[in-house]
Structure formats: structure tokens, C-alpha cells
Ligand binder design. Structure first.
Ligand SMILES: CC(C)(COP(=O)(O)OP(=O)(O)OC[C@H]1O[C@@H](n2cnc3c(N)ncnc32)[C@H](O)[C@@H]1OP(=O)(O)O)[C@@H](O)C(=O)NCCC(=O)NCCS
Length: 397
């Protein structure tokens, strides 16, 4: 385990680029900056646990609501605890009218732009917005978890010229989300697969968006501000955008027979294959197997085996890269699940966000509980010190 360095590194940016004692960790790769009791990842073994519980057990036996409780409260709930927690999630599904107005005014923007703006607006209308106590942060976390699917679904309806769908109190979180998107109750299988998807995405250590949430929270900013920043970080293609890009790739490939040539030409140009590779996992991402199994079942049931076959062919073509630690990640199969559900591609990242809310909330809770400003250093390698020259005396360089 890395040692603590409470005092921190007191060197500043005046250190020059050629100081041999400085080691720069670009991308903070391999750097430990904090302790966390939320999730553990063994990248070599391909293992992920939430609070000690294997992701496989949770994906197979738990539910998104129960995983939220586990992440936010630290233990699996007893029945009465679960019922009370679930009731608070269900009660918080409504959005303030002013947030609908924000969504409406941004209707033509990308759903992640809308989610980021609506998340920020939610803060403006939350009665406890600036109370950063653990109790209030948890209450706000529950509210945001319940409200985020409502934002994504309402925007999707509004941009089609349709009225937002009222949430249904009798449906679980994932099923209600699909219901609000389509105004139609999902099949049990579709709801179960979306629930599993959300369990798998709920938490993943200090990935870019969770780290962003912590950096913002560490300044003393509130939960809504932290999660608004996390949504922004998630919107990039190297993070949340992969599922969308995998589906675009599958459509470009068009037929399993073209997969090997596609991979070859991409790698010739040193372009990444979407849905492969991970900063932490060197073995297969443990979440991928649950999505793979779901896609196989769903695509056969729907009489559309083509997408699963294309992805399988890409996996086979990518086998030589496994020895470099480049394997399938969770997003490789997730996109096809959404696609087969008739969900448009620009909603893939927002769906990831809907699932990730509890992870962000609990990372912020941990940051507040033992806070320290997060402020790394850069080594200065710009111009040498020089004198200021008044504007009329400057000569062209
Ligand atoms: C996720 C990602 C950004 C991680 O990047 P990283 O930790 O910086 O990994 P590196 O770039 O150090 O990869 C090491 C090697 O594997 C290769 N590699 C990494 N991801 C690859 C991919 N998706 N396809 C092909 N090769 C890949 C790199 O080219 C590099 O080889 P090189 O040293 O010859 O250049 C990267 O794997 C990626 O862009 N993947 C595609 C997008 C994606 O699926 N993101 C979702 C992550 S959950």
C-alpha cells in the first residue's frame, strides 16, 4: 500500500523542466492520491467489487436500488431499510417545472449538454443545495439519482415534440426510466438488462468523471456543482462516449466478414478500437461478460443476431492485442443493448450517467468526510523570465 504523504510535495511550478529529480506522471497514471472504501479494482485479475461484494454477485442477484443503498450507506440493506430507501427514491422522481423549462429551451442540444445544464439547474432549485453535511448530501444524492433519468427522458420526449411522461411509482428505477423514455412499459427482460447495465456502471473508483467530482467537492463546492462537472467529464469520447462509438463502428463494419479488415486498417493508422482498452484493467473488464451475455440473448430473441456477430468478430480480430493488456471493456457490448432497445445513439452516454450517479455521490461524500484541496503541480517549461514591454514599444518577434 502506498505511504501517506500528509505534508504533500512542497515544490512549486518554479521547478524547471530539466530538474532530474522531478518525475512527471502524465495523466496521473498509476498515482494514488487518496484512500477509498467504496470500490476496489484489480486490473490484472480483472476484478471489481463494490464495498467488498463481487460485481458478478451484484450483477446476477442484486438490483440498482439495492446497489445504491450499498454504495451510499456502506452495507446491504435489511428489508425494511430497503423499502424506506426505495420509497425515498420513488418520491423524488418529479422534476421542478423550472428544470423542464431549462430542458425545453435547450431541446435541440446534445443530451449530455442538456443533462449538464439541467443538473446545474437542479441545484438552483434544491432546498438544501449549499448544505454539505453528510446527511443533506445523502438526501440530495438520492434526489439526484431519482431525477437524472427524468431529465434524460423528458429531454428525449420534448425534442421529438412529445410531452414528458409522468413517472410510474409502481416500476423499479430502470424500468421506470425506459417507461419515461418511450411511454410504454418495457418487457421484463428489457427492464432486467437495463437494471444490470446500471448496476455495472454504478461505481468505478476514481475514473475521470469521479475524480472531477472529487476535485470540485474538495474546494467546498456543493454536490450539484460537483456532479455537473462530473457530467462534463463523462461526455468525452475517451470516457463515456465509447458505447456510442462502438455502435457507430458496428454499423461501419456492417457484416462480420468485414471485421478483421476494419481492425487492421484502424490499427494501421494507430487509431483505437472503441470498446477496447482501459486505464486500469489489463485483463478483460469484469463487467463486459454480463453485457455480452445480455446482448447475445437479446439479439437472438429479437431476431437480430447480426450485431452480436459483428462484435464477436471484432473481439476475435482483437485477440492479438490481449497480450498488450488491451481487452474488451464494459462499453463494447452496452451500445448494442441500447440500440436493440431502439434507444438513439446520442442517449448512450446519458444512460451511463444515469447509472453512475450513486458512484459520484459517494465519492463526493468520501471527499467531504476527509477533505483536502486537490492541487497537483506542473513543471514549467515556458519562456525564461523577461521584462514587460509597453504595447507601443513592442517589436514583432
Ligand atoms: C480507454 C483508453 C483511453 C485508455 O488509454 P490508456 O490507458 O492511455 O492506454 P494506452 O494508450 O496507454 O494504451 C497502451 C497501448 O495499447 C494500445 N491501445 C489502447 N487502447 C486501444 C484500443 N482501444 N484499440 C487498440 N489499441 C489500443 C495503445 O495504442 C497503446 O499502444 P502503443 O503503446 O503501441 O501506442 C484507451 O484504451 C481508448 O481510447 N480506448 C477506446 C475508447 C474506450 O473504449 N473507452 C472506454 C473506456 S471504459
Amino acid at each position: 500500500m502506498p505511504g501517506d504523504n500528509e505534508a504533500g510535495d512542497k515544490r512549486d511550478n518554479s521547478m524547471s523542466a530539466n530538474d532530474e529529480t522531478i518525475k512527471i506522471h502524465r495523466g496521473l497514471n498509476g498515482v494514488y492520491f487518496e484512500r477509498s472504501a467504496v470500490s476496489s479494482i484489480d486490473g490484472r485479475a480483472g476484478e471489481l467489487r463494490y464495498r467488498g461484494y463481487s460485481i458478478h454477485d451484484l450483477a446476477e442477484h442484486s438490483s440498482f436500488e439495492e446497489v445504491c443503498y450499498l454504495l451510499m450507506r456502506g452495507e446491504l440493506p435489511m428489508r425494511t431499510e430497503f423499502d424506506a430507501f426505495n420509497a425515498s427514491l420513488v418520491d423524488a422522481r418529479q422534476l421542478p417545472q423550472s428544470v423542464f423549462d431549462v430542458i425545453e429551451s435547450l431541446a435541440s442540444a446534445h443530451p449530455m449538454e442538456v443533462l449538464r445544464s439541467a443538473m446545474s439547474a437542479l441545484g438552483a432549485f434544491d432546498p438544501e443545495v449549499d448544505d454539505n453535511s453528510p446527511e443533506a448530501t445523502l438526501r440530495k444524492g438520492i434526489r439526484i439519482t431519482a431525477q437524472t433519468p427524468a431529465i434524460v427522458a423528458a429531454h428525449h420526449r420534448i425534442r421529438q415534440g412529445l410531452a414528458p411522461v409522468e413517472p410510474r411509482d409502481d416500476l423499479p428505477h430502470a424500468a421506470n426510466f425506459l417507461y419515461m423514455l418511450k411511454d410504454e412499459a418495457p418487457s421484463d427482460d428489457a427492464a432486467a438488462l437495463m437494471d444490470t447495465d446500471m448496476v455495472l456502471h454504478a461505481e468505478h473508483g476514481t475514473n475521470a468523471s469521479s475524480f472531477t467530482a472529487r476535485v470540485v467537492a474538495a474546494t467546498g463546492a456543493n454536490l450539484h456543482a460537483s456532479l455537473t462537472a462530473a457530467v462534463a467529464a463523462l461526455s468525452g469520447p475517451a470516457h463515456g462516449g465509447a458505447a456510442e462509438n462502438v455502435m457507430i463502428m458496428a454499423q461501419e463494419i456492417g457484416d462480420p466478414a468485414n471485421a478483421a479488415a476494419y481492425v487492421k486498417s484502424k490499427r494501421k493508422n494507430r487509431e483505437p478500437i472503441m470498446g477496447f482498452g482501459h486505464r486500469v484493467y489489463r485483463a478483460e473488464d469484469p463487467r463486459a461478460r454480463h453485457m455480452r451475455a445480455g446482448v447475445e440473448k437479446l439479439s437472438l430473441e429479437m431476431g437480430e443476431p447480426k450485431w452480436f456477430e459483428i462484435l464477436k468478430a471484432v473481439e476475435i480480430a482483437m485477440q492479438p492485442y490481449a497480450r498488450l493488456g488491451v481487452n474488451v471493456n464494459v462499453d463494447f457490448y452496452a451500445g448494442v443493448v441500447y440500440f436493440l432497445h431502439g434507444i438513439p445513439q446520442d442517449l448512450f452516454v446519458p444512460i451511463f450517467a444515469v447509472g453512475r450517479i450513486p458512484g459520484w455521490v459517494v465519492q463526493v461524500l468520501e471527499q467531504y468526510a476527509n477533505n483536502i484541496l486537490i492541487r497537483p503541480l506542473t513543471v514549467y517549461d515556458g519562456p525564461e523570465p523577461r521584462d514587460y514591454v509597453p504595447i507601443d514599444e513592442r517589436v514583432p518577434q
